[in-house]
Ligand binder design. Sequence first.
Ligand SMILES: Cc1ncc(COP(=O)(O)O)c(C=O)c1O
Length: 410
Amino acid sequence: MTATHLDSISIRAAAVAPSATLALTARVRELRAAGNDVIGFGAGEPDFTTPTPVCNAAIEALQGGMTHYVPVPGAPDSRSAVADVFRVRNGIECTADDVIISNGGKFSCYLAIQALVDPGDEVVLPTPAWLSYKPMVELAGGTVVEVETGPGDNFLAKPEAIAAAMTSKTKLVIINSPSNPCGTMYSPGQIRDIADVIAGHDRAWIMSDEIYDRLVYGGREHLSFGSLSNVANRTITINGLSKTWAATGWRVGWACAPGEGGAVIKAMSRLQSQSSSSITSFLNPAVVAACTKTDDEIEAMRVIFEQRAGLMFELVSAWPRVTCPPPAGAFYVFPDVSGTFGCTSPGGRPISSASTFAEALLEEAAVAVVPGESFLGCGGNHVRLSFATDEDSIGMGCTRVLEWLGALQD
Ligand SMILES: Cc1ncc(COP(=O)(O)O)c(C=O)c1O
């Protein structure tokens, strides 16, 4: 029997869909290279440059010869600097030993899920959710149990709904606040209520993805599950350089899990030792610089993001047939575009889904947005727009969408 090319691919790998957001970014790059003036609201990455102290620390370490293997979970001083941030900013009691630094927040999530989830385990996930959690859970053999939320509740799962989704098979609950794609966030009271529910289940861990914790608006307060005494021992907190430090390409993220004698961090470290080994050696001093020397730069970027959030929300709110809750954190708005389904675009394309909406918008108005289907739940009624771009582009892009929406035919 001759094996076909497709037969060669493992069942696991064949089942994984490529990231829709990275695919869109690639398509925008292609269109721009072909000379199209595309306005990109797709990419979830800050347009700022990484703060100078972080860049300088990496350059100096590279030029100083820090180019060899480093300890798997990160150099001691960078783990210690990250632990200090978790302790001081997030109120999480931890030491350097409770921290692992990995190749991006995404890989930190992947390792945490691999460390905890066995085949047959259930993982509770409020949706719409960041699109990588589900494939990661499935790669570990687990099953995602969705808790659906919607614009009516600001995309925030109620504690009763999380309680109803949890069973004796629940191993993990994933919470991402502020949220990608929704741009909303839980209040401290809501975090405490959810923690109380999870504390009642002996087996269940929390993976709290707090990668947007420094990007919050309107004076809102971010509370970390890891700071709450009833769940501190069963919480893995994820963060990293990408969003707060405008360093998406550096591929540096980290996790902290002080509970169970550091068993989860040790397991993640074993997995890392057999996969990526460690982060790039000369980025360790950059992590220290990021954690100790950049508070002013971070706040300056946050203030600009807050202004953009206000501008984007004002402009999107003026779009016909579209509704949108105000952004509270991260750098996304997630409007409901289902009021356009059944219409025909100015270029003659039938609009029947978030994907057909996004495709027609990109081809006809040269504005890139991410269709919401891959974020699960009610995501298929929504598109995600990132405001991690300058105000002129936000203004121009939103005007293009306004005109395009105005020309839709019933
Ligand atoms: C919610 C969330 N978690 C984790 C990540 C991963 O970020 P990175 O791997 O760039 O650190 C992202 C990036 O888009 C995200 O939105």
